[in-house]
Ligand binder design. Structure first.
Ligand code: 5AD
Ligand code: SF4
Length: 483
């Protein structure tokens, strides 16, 4: 009998990919995806621990299942991902009706553990070793990459895919829980990565985003040969069918010239670099143990600009890190003003038990101050993003069409008649430098890379019209003629 699975995913790209893998694995064993939680036999939460708020949301969602589980004791509830690894037995204590707790390094065990639960053997837990719980090789082995089968139906679009090249992190920034939940940094074998890229290409995938916590620190040594990210990009560029290569997230200190040159010289590499600065103050960076100064970051940034003048550079910032003064914050503000990032993701510091930061520093910045700094920095970044978008006005962008826009999906959900042949709908897609473009077109364009003329811009969106001459041969009726 087919069993139905519901999976709720929060957090980073790693989690999105982990969920894809778990679904592919369970499908192989007879599971189908359920449309909603109530219809499922197995309910999995793929969780995040980077900020407390994400954990609170998961515990609230679990709390809402308390009476549901009483009514349906045969349904299996599982918690996987970083919160499972971090909280372990605490998950069972806070939600005693949970059947399964599985850390991100143990995902391959989910099918067997589900069998054990179904066989009445009680709650099951599989977690990796902690960073001090044994010899490093044992710890590494307990954090396994889980990259079995690719399932294009589990991705937002089958033409775009994440490909894991590295797991874990060894940087130990003092605010961050990731080195504890995802274990030691380990680069995957380049042969496996290439083989997976070929599978993705055969599935019709055009854009691959390589992912790793510090993706540009990627290193793999075998047979006396060391492979780095730049080498991988060269090999992956040879894979037929793959047209775009991106990679996230970069660690500023490992942004080497050969990598920047690879991005410049390989036509398939997207000119898009996410290089989180986290703060513009040296004293905060030192307490974060980021391993660089603002001067070092500036130097990296100018090398990026010199080699890739047109690249879109984005960053992450944490505001309200312990001890952050107004002056420190002002320096962060100035760094954003100076670098003019395409976008920045701004987070309020969240103390994470188990990190050095929680041990060493009191979380002494009030919520109000964190909030104000967050809003001030966001307002500045939005202004910069909007100004930066302006230069695309009147330009043509090459867009990989992803699907109907959110507005279109809402309209359809609201009862507009289903699509028919020749319909024109609002579509959305992405430029090589990761800008979102909204335009009208035929849904048949989904999955194509097409030129779009930009006629309006917002801070994080470009608006355009399909350039018609490109499409005449394809028998396409243009949505709008422009230029
Ligand atoms: N509090 C707030 N933000 C955090 N991040 C990581 N840990 C924390 C934390 N404890 C942010 C960093 C990182 C991004 C993924 O999340 O900016 O780059
Ligand atoms: Fe966390 Fe720092 Fe590693 Fe990024 S580099 S995952 S912020 S410890």
């Amino acid at each position: 009998m087919t069993k139905r699975l519901y999976i709720d995913t929060v957090g980073c790209q790693m989690n999105v990919l982990d969920s894809e893998m778990v679904v592919a694995d369970l499908r192989k064993r007879g599971f189908e995806l359920a449309g909603d939680l109530a219809a499922a036999d197995v309910i999995l939460f793929n969780t995040c621990s980077v900020r407390e708020q994400a954990e609170n949301k998961t515990y609230s969602a679990l709390g809402r299942l308390r009476s549901f589980k009483k009514q349906h004791p045969e349904k299996i509830i599982g918690v996987m991902g970083c919160m499972a690894q971090k909280d372990q037995k605490l998950v069972f204590e806070r939600a005693p009706y949970v059947d399964l707790v599985v850390g991100p390094g143990q995902l391959a065990r989910i099918p067997d553990l589900l069998d054990e639960v179904a066989a009445g053997k009680g709650p099951q837990m599989a977690v990796s070793l902690g960073r001090r719980e044994g010899p490093v090789e044992d710890i590494k082995r307990s954090h396994e990459t889980f990259d079995p089968l690719r399932d294009p139906t589990m991705r937002p679009t089958p033409f775009q895919a994440y490909l894991r090249i590295q797991i874990g992190c060894d940087k130990f920034c003092t605010y961050c829980i990731v080195p504890m939940t995802r274990g030691p940094e380990q680069g995957r074998d380049p042969e496996q990565i290439l083989a997976e890229a070929r599978v993705l290409a055969d599935q019709g995938c055009k854009e691959i985003t390589l992912i790793g916590q510090t993706v540009n620190s990627y290193k793999h040594t075998s047979g006396g040969r060391t492979t780095r990210l730049a080498d991988l990009l060269h090999s992956l560029s040879q894979v037929d069918g793959i047209q775009r290569l991106k990679f996230v997230t970069n660690y500023p200190k490992d942004m080497t010239d050969d990598l920047l040159q690879a991005v410049r010289d390989l036509p398939k590499c997207s000119p898009y670099l996410h290089v989180p600065a986290q703060s513009g103050s040296n004293s905060v960076l030192a307490r974060m143990k980021r391993g660089y100064t603002v001067q070092d970051y500036r130097e990296t940034f100018s090398r990026i600009r010199a080699t890739l003048p047109q690249a879109a550079v984005t960053s992450d910032f944490i505001v309200g890190f312990p001890g952050e003064t107004e002056e420190d914050f002002q320096k962060t503000y100035e760094l954003v003003e100076e670098c003019r990032f395409k976008n920045s993701f701004i987070f309020k510091y969240s103390e994470r038990p188990g990190t050095k930061g929680a041990e060493l520093y009191a979380d002494d910045i009030t919520y109000e101050v964190k909030n104000r700094r967050n809003n001030d920095l966001l307002a500045l970044q939005n202004r910069i993003s909007e100004e930066d978008s302006q230069r695309f006005l009147g330009e043509r962008a090459l867009v990989l069409v992803e699907g109907p826009s959110e507005r279109e999906l809402k309209r359809r959900a609201g009862g507009v008649s289903p699509l028919s042949h020749g319909d024109v709908v609002q579509l959305t897609g992405r430029t090589p430098d990761d800008r979102i473009v909204v335009f009208d077109g035929n849904p048949r364009l989904v999955g194509e890379i097409i030129p779009v003329a930009i006629y309006d811009v917002a801070p994080h969106t470009l608006f355009g019209a399909v350039v018609t001459e490109h499409l005449s041969g394809a028998g396409f009726q243009p949505a709008l003629q422009l230029l």
